[in-house]
Design a protein around this ligand. Sequence first.
Ligand code: NI
Length: 201
Amino acid sequence: MRSKFLIVAILGVLVGGLSALLVDPNARRALLGSGPPVSTGKALIGGPFSLIDQNGRRVSERDFIGRPMLVMFGFTTCPDVCPAGLQVLTAAIERLGDAGKAITPVFVSLDPERDTSPKLKDYLSSFHPSLVGLTGTTEEVAAAAKAYRVYFKKVADEKGIGYTIDHSSFYYLMDRTGVFVTHAPHSTSAEALAVRLKSVL
Ligand code: NI
């Protein structure tokens, strides 16, 4: 009787271990020593870009070295997500007082067809005065979005006469050397965003 229980117990451990191997990639890797590393994706966000700012100047990621950057992607005719995000970004920087002046907030257009430099300049004047608006050619904008792993897609609007842009909406925080620190969903409060900004000051 006793050995039967023992066999059942050993089988139980084996089955449990095997299912852990099937479910958990880290356990599988640790035990089998194979398979691709499980990446956090941290270092894969950001990188080189070449775009035009709201004053018509060409800029690259090198122009921002020395200052932490808070980056957001969107488009000026976005009905609510982008304006709400820009309001939160503005409020978060304002919460930091004078220290907030060290941050460069950046809004990258995903709609270069309609978002010219003058249009960005006019649009951003409703938000934080430090905001840098960036646009460029379709290819340049696509390359910047790809570097930041931003999803966007042009879709016909409801009336079918124009188009709108579906896009992911995160804040990306880069440190003063241009290295990605963290990202936050657009639902983040100004208070919570300010805490993250403080971490790079
Ligand atoms: Ni938007």
